[in-house]
Design a protein around this ligand. Structure first.
Ligand code: 6MZ
Length: 380
């Protein structure tokens, strides 16, 4: 498989036309897409042409664009985060934020133009980290994004506000309070996400802010156990906030999965040997076990290309499918991962080794699970 093509395109091109039409016709929810990671390359290039900063930054921007165009190869997950300083240099004004939001919304929600009448997805919960730069406040940044999102009906698009694991307590507090305040003013903010380099930050200190967001009626999703460096303490801190959805959950330990998700009908001995420290939160009593099934946001291309998962065969999606645990199929960052909603669904349907080889009924059921996991229920 060509590195430039990416796993999603390789799977898509292996499908027969009838399968492609089937996938296009499925109503799909995209619930895990980062704004600055989903900008079409054409838009990045247009912004780069208008960009005139110091020469050091110009070189960094040019190098990053070159990498993105030729199909960036990531040796480990940390390589991925080094792409963002250059992208952020291009999106540091409210006008640029509006431009990229419009382009991203169009790419997901307007008909794809390749002969298909349907858009990539029926419903999009886009997420972004509110940034303060010399040209804008965090509020101005969110306003620019929301002004574009709210051009679409509420049944089609909404915003999740991300906080970054590398943020200070002060910054997390500011972002969460801003999200609550803007939601209460009627802006279309439906949730809070925790993202950023999974090897950084102390998540225990985030929990009070995440609980406050939940208490204010916002949905909660967290990037959890995305890489091997994430500890049990890190995951427990998140799980104690009872998130509605979990991003990746690649390395969530069997112990935690048994404790939190296992069906109570399973033999008691399965949980008998648990020796977690710190002890699990009080709310997960034995009678509740199996009731808590936070939807897992699965990003197949992202995991393969950041090399946190070695192959589709070894992917944690198998655990969740086997245990009838809700999942949603997502793109994460279409720009570096060279993917699309259609591409990610192709990875489900294509025959191994290019895909998982699932049947159409299973793929349609997975698409429905995704629609059901939206924070703003599109069909309510
Ligand atoms: C963790 C990720 C991510 O918020 O500026 N981000 N965080 N894991 C991932 N999977 C590989 N993909 C993207 O979009 C860019 C930001 O999203 C987070 C990173 O913090 C990145 O800086 P926004 O729109």
């Amino acid at each position: 498989m060509s590195e430039i093509m990416g796993p999603a395109t390789a799977a898509l091109t292996s499908l027969c036309p009838d399968d492609v039409i089937f996938l296009q016709s499925l109503p799909k929810a995209e619930l895990h897409a980062h704004l600055n990671g989903s900008i079409p390359i054409q838009t990045i290039m247009e912004l780069a042409q208008q960009y005139s900063p110091s020469s050091a930054q110009t070189t960094e921007v040019a190098d990053t664009i070159e990498k993105l165009m030729s199909g960036v190869i990531l040796n480990e997950i940390s390589d991925f985060f080094s792409l963002f300083p250059a992208i952020y240099a291009l999106t540091s004004t409210p006008e640029a934020v509006a431009t990229v939001t419009r382009a991203v919304l169009q790419s997901f929600l307007n008909p794809t133009g390749d002969g298909a009448e349907s858009p990539q997805c029926a419903y999009l919960e886009l997420r972004t980290t509110p940034r303060a730069t010399t040209h804008m406040t965090r509020e101005r940044c969110l306003t620019a994004v929301l002004d574009e999102i709210e051009m679409y009906p509420a049944t089609q698009a909404a915003l999740i506000v991300s906080v970054d694991r590398r943020m200070s307590d002060f910054d997390v507090e500011e972002c969460v309070s801003l999200a609550i305040e803007m939601k209460n003013r009627g802006r279309r903010i439906v949730g809070i996400d925790v993202c950023g380099d999974p090897r950084s930050g102390d998540m225990q200190s985030f929990t009070q802010h995440l609980s406050k967001a939940k208490g204010a009626g916002l949905g909660l999703t967290v990037h959890i156990a995305e890489c091997t460096e994430n500890t049990t303490e890190d995951s427990l801190a998140f799980l104690s906030c009872h998130p509605d959805r979990l991003g990746h959950a690649t390395f969530l330990s069997d112990e935690l999965k048994t404790l939190f998700f296992a069906d109570i009908s399973q033999p008691e001995t399965e949980c008998g040997s648990l020796s977690l420290s710190p002890s699990p939160p009080h709310w997960i009593s034995k009678s509740q076990r199996g009731q808590y099934k936070p939807c897992v946001e699965i990003c197949l291309s992202s995991n393969l290309l950041t090399k946190t998962v070695t192959s589709l065969d070894a992917h944690h999606i198998h655990y969740y499918l086997k245990n009838d645990h809700p999942i949603v199929i997502c793109t994460d960052d279409t720009l570096p991962f060279r993917t699309s909603c259609l591409g990610e669904y192709s990875l489900l349907l294509a025959q191994p080794p290019l895909g998982l080889g699932l049947g159409r009924d299973d793929v349609a059921r997975i698409a429905r699970m995704g629609m059901d996991a939206a924070f703003l229920r599109p069909r309510d």
